[in-house]
Design a binder for this molecule. Structure first.
Ligand code: SDX
Length: 436
C-alpha cells in the first residue's frame, strides 16, 4: 500500500470528515475512500473510473501528460529498442529483467507449453469459417480450463505459474490456428527452435508443404509490436481480468474475459476500426469531411486511433510504431501504401486542428499497428487477436499481482439507484397502462 503521509478533509452536512491520502512512486496521490461508506454513509460516484484507482500496482506506469510509459520502471522505448518479447514478459511477470541463465530457463519453460492439447484443435471445426477470430479466441482460451486441470488452483503458486506459462506459450499457437482455420489451410505446429515472434509468424504464414523463410525485419517488427502492446495499467480489459480473478475464477476464464473486453472498438478493436475508417475515407480529399464529422457533436463518428483516456500527449507506443511502419513498408518494398499516405496526412491535419489540440487528441497505439499488420499480410479481423496475444502477458502479470495481494477481496462496486421507490404489486388483470 502507498505511504499514508497526508490527509484529505471534507465537510458533509456540517460534519468534518478526514480521509488518508496515499502516495505512490510516481503519479497523482490517491484519497483512500475504502472506509468512506462506513464512516459517512456516502458512496462515491465515478462511472468511467475517470478519477478512481482500483488497486495498487508495481507493474506499469503511464504519465499521460508527458506521454511516458514504464514497464517495471523501464521506458517502453528502451525496452522496444533493446529487448525481445519474452525478456519483457519475464520483466512484467517477475519484476526484473532476466540475466542470461534466467532468460534461457524462461524460454525453455515457455517452449515446453507451446503445443495445444490435440483434442482442442477439434474446437475450431465447430466454428463457421467466417467466424470473427476474436469469437474463436474467447471460446478456445476459456476452454483451456477444460483441459489443463493441474493449473487451476489459484491458491497454489506453482499452479499459478504453470497456468501463466501455458497462456503465454499457447496464445500464439491458438491465434495462428484461428487464422489458418479461416482460410482453410492446415494448422502448423509450433517450432521451439524459433524465437517467439518468428514461431508465430511461421504458424501464421508457413505451409507444411515448404520451408518458411523467416524475415528478420518482420520478426523484429512483430516482436516490437508485441512488446508495445504487452501491458498498460488498469485499462478496460485488464480491469476485467482483475475483476474476474477477484471472484476466484480460474486463470483461463479470467484471460478469456479480458479477450472479450479487448474486442470493443473503443479499446483493442480500434486497430481493426482504424483500417476500416481509412478505407472508408478512401481519398486524401475526403479527410476534412471526416475530421468535421469527428468534431460534430451530433455525429457519433470518432477518429479511430486518436484519443486516449490517459494520454493527453503523444502515445509513446505510436511513436515507436510509426518508425516500425516505415521499416516494414520499405523492407517489403511497399512504396506507396495508399492507406499509410492517408494515415500520415490524417495525422498531420488532425494534429493542427483546433478541436484536436484543445481536446488533446493524439494518435494512439492503434493508429499505426493496423498498417504494419496489413503490410505483413495479416487480415484486418486478426488485428485485435494480435493485440490480445501481446496483452495476455500483461493480463497474466496483473492477475498474478492481484492474487498475491494479501488484502485482495472480491470486486463488487455499488451504485446510485435511480429506479422506482418500492411500490405495491398490481395483478395482471388490474394493470391498465404499460407503465404500471
Ligand atoms: C486502447 O486504456 C488503455 O490504456 C487502452 C489502450 C491499452 O493499451 O490498453 O491504450 C488501448 O484502447 C487505445 C484507444 C483505442 N480507441 C480508439 O482509438 C477509439 C477512438 N478513441 C475514442 O473512442 C476515445 O478517445 C477513447 C475511448 C480512447 C477515450 O475516451 P475517453 O477518455 O472516455 O474520452 P471521452 O470519450 O470523454 O472524450 C473526451 C472528448 C469528448 O468530447 P466532449 O464530450 O468533451 O465534447 O474528446 C472527444 C469526445 O467526443 N474525443 C474524440 C475522440 N476521442 C475523444 N473526438 C473525436 N475522435 C476521437 N477519437
Amino acid at each position: 500500500m502507498g505511504s499514508q503521509l497526508k490527509k484529505a478533509q471534507f465537510t458533509f452536512q456540517g460534519k468534518v470528515f478526514e480521509l488518508p491520502v496515499l502516495s505512490g512512486t510516481e503519479g497523482p496521490d490517491a484519497v483512500d475512500i475504502s472506509a468512506l461508506y462506513k464512516e459517512t454513509g456516502l458512496f462515491t460516484y465515478d462511472p468511467g473510473f475517470m478519477s478512481t484507482a482500483s488497486c495498487t500496482s508495481a507493474i506499469t506506469f503511464i504519465d499521460g501528460d508527458e506521454g511516458r510509459l514504464l514497464y517495471r520502471g523501464y521506458s517502453i522505448a528502451s525496452l522496444a529498442e533493446n529487448c525481445d518479447f519474452l525478456e519483457v514478459a519475464y520483466l512484467l511477470l517477475y519484476g526484473d529483467l532476466p540475466n542470461v541463465a534466467q532468460k534461457q530457463i524462461f524460454i525453455k519453460d515457455i517452449n515446453l507449453h507451446s503445443l495445444l492439447h490435440e483434442q482442442m484443435s477439434g474446437f475450431y471445426q465447430g466454428f463457421r469459417r467466417d467466424a470473427h477470430p476474436m469469437a474463436i479466441m474467447v471460446g478456445v482460451v476459456g476452454a483451456l480450463s477444460a483441459f489443463y486441470h493441474d493449473s487451476l488452483d489459484i491458491h497454489d503458486p506453482k499452479q499459478r505459474e504453470l497456468a501463466s506459462f501455458r497462456l503465454i506459450a499457447k496464445m500464439p499457437t491458438m491465434a495462428a490456428m484461428a487464422y489458418k482455420y479461416s482460410i482453410g489451410q492446415p494448422f502448423l505446429y509450433p517450432r521451439n527452435d524459433l524465437c517467439y515472434a518468428g514461431n508465430f509468424l511461421r504458424m501464421m504464414f508457413g505451409l507444411p508443404s515448404e520451408e518458411y523463410e523467416i524475415n528478420p525485419v518482420l520478426v523484429k517488427a512483430m516482436d516490437r509490436i508485441l512488446i508495445l502492446h504487452a501491458d498498460h495499467e488498469q485499462n478496460a480489459s485488464t480491469s476485467t481480468v482483475r475483476l474476474a480473478g477477484s471472484s476466484g475464477a480460474n486463470p483461463f476464464a479470467c484471460i478469456a474475459s479480458g479477450i472479450a473486453a479487448l474486442w470493443g472498438p473503443a479499446h483493442g478493436g480500434a486497430n481493426e476500426a482504424v483500417i476500416n475508417m481509412l478505407q472508408e475515407i478512401g481519398d486524401l480529399k475526403r479527410i476534412p469531411e471526416f475530421i468535421n464529422r469527428a468534431k460534430d457533436k451530433n455525429d457519433s463518428f470518432r477518429l479511430m486511433g486518436f484519443g486516449h483516456r490517459v494520454y493527453k500527449n503523444y502515445d509513446p507506443r505510436a511513436t515507436v510504431l510509426r518508425e516500425s511502419c516505415h521499416e516494414v513498408l520499405s523492407e517489403l518494398r511497399i512504396k506507396n501504401d495508399p492507406l499509410l499516405d492517408l494515415a500520415l496526412e490524417l495525422e498531420r491535419i488532425a494534429l493542427q486542428d483546433e478541436y484536436f489540440i484543445e481536446k488533446k487528441l493524439y494518435p494512439n497505439v492503434d493508429f499505426y499497428s493496423g498498417i504494419i499488420f496489413r503490410a505483413m499480410g495479416v487480415p484486418t479481423s486478426m488485428f485485435t487477436v494480435l493485440f490480445a496475444l501481446a496483452r495476455s502477458v500483461g493480463w497474466v502479470a496483473q492477475w498474478q499481482e492481484m492474487i498475491a495481494e494479501p488484502t485482495q477481496k472480491i470486486g463488487r462496486p455499488r451504485q446510485l439507484y435511480q429506479g422506482h421507490p418500492e411500490r405495491a404489486f398490481v395483478s395482471v388483470h388490474n394493470r391498465t397502462t404499460a407503465s404500471q
